[in-house]
Design a protein around this ligand. Sequence first.
Ligand SMILES: Cc1cc2nc3c(=O)[nH]c(=O)nc-3n(C[C@H](O)[C@H](O)[C@H](O)COP(=O)(O)OP(=O)(O)OC[C@H]3O[C@@H](n4cnc5c(N)ncnc54)[C@H](O)[C@@H]3O)c2cc1C
Length: 381
Amino acid sequence: MARIGYSDEHEQFRRTARAFFDREHEPQLKKFEAAGGIDKDFWRRAGQAGLLGACIPEEYGGAGGDFTFNVILAEELGRTPGSATTGSSLMADIATYILVLHGDDAQKQRYLPGILAGEISQAMPLTEPDAGSDATAIKTTAIRDGDDYVISGEKYFISNGAGADVLYVVAKTDPSQRGRGMSVIIVDADTPGVARHKIPMMGWAHGDTGALSFDDVRVPVSNLIGREGMAMKILMDTFLEDRLQIAGRCLGAASAALDLTLAYVKSRMVSGQRVFDFQNTQFVLAECRTDIAVTESFLDSCVVKFRDKALSFDEGAMLKLWATEMEGRVLDKCVQLFGGAGLMDENPISRMYTAARIQRVYAGTSELQKVAIAKGLEALA
Ligand SMILES: Cc1cc2nc3c(=O)[nH]c(=O)nc-3n(C[C@H](O)[C@H](O)[C@H](O)COP(=O)(O)OP(=O)(O)OC[C@H]3O[C@@H](n4cnc5c(N)ncnc54)[C@H](O)[C@@H]3O)c2cc1C
């Protein structure tokens, strides 16, 4: 059935993305796993396929597209079973929005062409060992020294953190303040004093979730994005995009899981009949299909509202809460229908199950989404 709110151009982009993942991701999965993750060549090929930097304005060589393209890319990434192993990868384009919305001309000239071409990958280090949900508790500092900032501190759980070429580090330029003292500063990852490594984790086994340390890292003040103290505004400006993108990924993954499960239960024989023929199986799959259909409608209406600048902050939170919990529900039911085979590492459904668990935690836990939704309730009474 045709999706509501997507133009022919969007649908063409979806076909391109799906063909790209079928061609460049799934057949390469064993290679990526052996190497511990996707390689630079994968980024370059994504750039050549026109999948990166959809929002980059024409004056910087991009197509100047809307965020719907990134939601589609995330959905198709989620639909790719192997991304349960390789992690968030191309979803890092959310950082491109920070540059497009708040970067100055010199910063855009310097980085956007490389981002488009897949030569430059990005990460957004905000979270620290002692500051996650409470982001304003970060301790990393960026202290002005002449024409430089000197950055010191640690960042933890950072998507693409160990491999990204460019880091948008959130640090306190005024450590006496909480949110108002936070700024976003560009750090080229090869700057002296930056050290980093991947953190082994449940799910995304060959992805890149990194720990970084900054030991008196010196960067020019021209690397500041926007003004000092603007970090929370900059981050808030991409919150809705982040939620749409994650919901897209959840929808793609749940849809792929349903397809895999349907194929399995229709071929697996138990007690002389297909697992599909048990009424329980059909009821469970009917629930999954309904869950996915509801999520698709909710996401598509949010995509349209977002384009019309009518998507509220609490609606974005509801979407993230709903879509991530939905993916968890669907994957749990799918694994059950596989029986023991669903728990084996060699089976994609097992890796998709553990990958689904991540969605309820990163980019604001389910509890934090409820806090945001509850704040909206105040205004309703
Ligand atoms: C795979 C992965 C990728 C990530 N990528 C990035 C990235 O690219 N950049 C980045 O900066 N960060 C990233 N993160 C960090 C992520 O955003 C944080 O893990 C998340 O925000 C939660 O913070 P925390 O882990 O410190 O948990 P905590 O803040 O310690 O929370 C612990 C528990 O307390 C609950 N809690 C906290 N506050 C409240 C409250 N007010 N009410 C009720 N319950 C509450 C939480 O919901 C949670 O259950 C990533 C994390 C993961 C796992």
